[in-house]
Design a protein around this ligand. Structure first.
Ligand code: ATP
Length: 250
């Protein structure tokens, strides 16, 4: 499969999406380079999930262009999706599979050899601490247990681009630490992460750049320092977030 190595990991150009009369995302243009951990913030209903669904090809924009590693999501969707892993905010796993069966299924879907699968899976089992329940049916899992297995599935095929809606919700502090480390390793290895979150501490400590969407519009984009300058705030990302989202309401 050809890869356009020089192309940004994600491109959104002039993207617009409405649901009936609700304009969820308006004229969004954004480029995420390879190797970047990008945090996408915004108040409830701002358009984060809608944007994410357009990146991973679950929703078609009304206008504009979306590409992953140079492959347009619409016309070259298979090539784009082969480079992507997506973790939704509500993890879904077939109830009647065990966690291991689910992970084997995902590995097969992405054409990973058994050897590669087992090597990667052993690491993920240890790092995410999922060994104890991996052979139980997923119907017995708590939200956090499902979230961990879905994260393992996303990392299993070593995607170029990992797109995650609210990655840390429901995870205990030890797992949050492991996931943070896995994310950092993923981007250091040249992978890209696009994550939406309401947990500003996660964005503050992990993100290379942060984008803030408000009422469907990108109102801020840059490093934490650049956002602080824009908001004329010296302190936390929380101050910056509140200042920028309030200012754009005035
Ligand atoms: P949250 O932080 O609350 O999860 P979000 O930033 O992810 O919010 P979206 O879910 O993208 O926001 O929603 C953006 C807008 O689109 C909101 O006004 C929402 O009501 C509307 N919306 C989202 N999904 C649908 C849908 N399936 N049908 C109609 N309106 C929708």
């Amino acid at each position: 499969m050809t890869d356009f190595v020089g192309e940004p990991a994600i491109v959104l150009a002039g993207v617009r999406k409405s649901y009936g009369r609700t304009l969820a995302v308006r004229n969004l243009s954004l480029e995420i380079p390879r190797g970047e951990l990008f945090a996408f913030l915004g108040p409830n209903g701002a358009g984060k999930t809608t944007t994410i669904k357009m990146i991973v090809g679950l929703l078609r924009p009304d206008e504009g262009y979306v590409a992953v590693c140079g492959h347009a999501i619409g016309s070259n969707g298979v090539a784009a999706k082969a480079r992507l892993a997506y973790v939704p905010d509500q993890p879904f796993i077939y109830d009647k599979l065990t966690g291991r069966e689910f992970l084997y299924f995902v590995a097969e879907m992405f054409g990973i050899t058994t050897q590669q699968r087992d090597r990667k899976l052993n690491t993920l089992i240890r790092r995410l601490d999922i060994g104890e329940f991996l052979d139980h049916l997923t119907e017995s899992y708590s939200h956090g247990m499902k979230q961990k297995v879905v994260l393992a599935a996303a990392l299993l095929h070593e995607p170029v681009v990992l797109v995650i809606d609210e990655p840390m919700v429901g995870l205990d502090p030890r797992t949050v630490r492991s996931v943070k480390n896995l994310f950092t390793e993923h981007t250091r290895g040249g992978g890209t992460i696009f994550m939406s979150t309401h947990t500003l501490e996660i964005a503050e400590t992990l993100a290379d750049r942060i984008g803030i969407i408000h009422r469907g519009e990108l109102i801020a984009l840059g490093t934490l320092d650049q956002l602080k300058t824009q908001a004329q705030r010296e302190h936390s990302l929380e101050d910056v977030f509140l200042q920028l989202t309030e200012a754009s309401d005035e």
